[in-house]
Design a protein around this ligand. Sequence first.
Ligand code: FUB
Length: 328
Amino acid sequence: MSRLRLAFAVSALTFITFPGLAQTAKKVNNPVFPGWYADPEATIFGKNYWIYPTFSAPYKQQIFFDAFSSPDLVTWTKHSRILDSTAVKWAKKAMWAPAIIEKGGKYYLFFGANDIHDDKKEVGGIGVAVADSPAGPFRDYLGKPLVGQIHNGAQPIDQFVFKDQDGKYYLIYGGWGHCNIAQLNDDFTGFLPFSDGTTYREVTPKNYVEGPIMFVRNGQYYFMWSEGGWTGPDYSVAYAVSKSPFGPFERVGKILQQDPTVATGAGHHSVIQVPGTDEWYIVYHRRPLGETDGNHRETCIDRMYFDANGTIKPVKITVAGVEARALK
Ligand code: FUB
């Protein structure tokens, strides 16, 4: 057993004593692994769950990504520095919010870098790295950002790669309260313009701030995003549903937020659907109670449920986290 696995096997069970009763084991699976990690992108490759988070630290220290894999959502193995800025000449700081997708046996890791504010003077934005394995090592795919300009007011960060039911791939991204969708070309080296000649279509819903994701359930497109400021307690997640990946997206409401008895600043999430089932998990970051350092963000997992109408029920954030769930 690796040192990290052993540490987690021990820390996942703490013991509380009730007067007059034998010791009772209390499960503590959140956070799912130690360290300050935010913006978790969760996915499944083969028989393993994977999480690709932001290393949450001052911007100049954010020059690499670690990844984590698990056979059951409870025991996690750390894969250090799967992508390092030494492999991306143009990335100098603020490497944020990875998104990963497998295509044709290659793994493509999309990431934000440099926190650009002026695309005329700064190099940065959304880049792509590629590897032969989900654990890397990833190398820069383009030698330059894929999205290096500000379109429709959206900062080029917080990208999500969505594979639609017809096999088309879209990049959905944006900070500063604006969200764009753009269709990726076949080899992910650029974009295919829409029939109206535009490449970046704005799909921003009400209250949107950043951190978009999309998935399809029962033929409906669920679009989710983060609201509020990421350094504060009110950071949260809301969603909309549409018949098309282009919307319109009418905000339904918040489904993830702080709980004064558990943690604050719960947001920037992703979701996992166990293949062939209607079991859903929400993977997100949150801040420990009483913590004021904006970077102190930890990755957690809880269950996400739908009601009979397809409405997402408000998520109960927990300390216990989820039960072991192996993949078949
Ligand atoms: O982690 C850096 C930034 O914080 C992300 O890009 C935002 O979504 C917010 O979570």
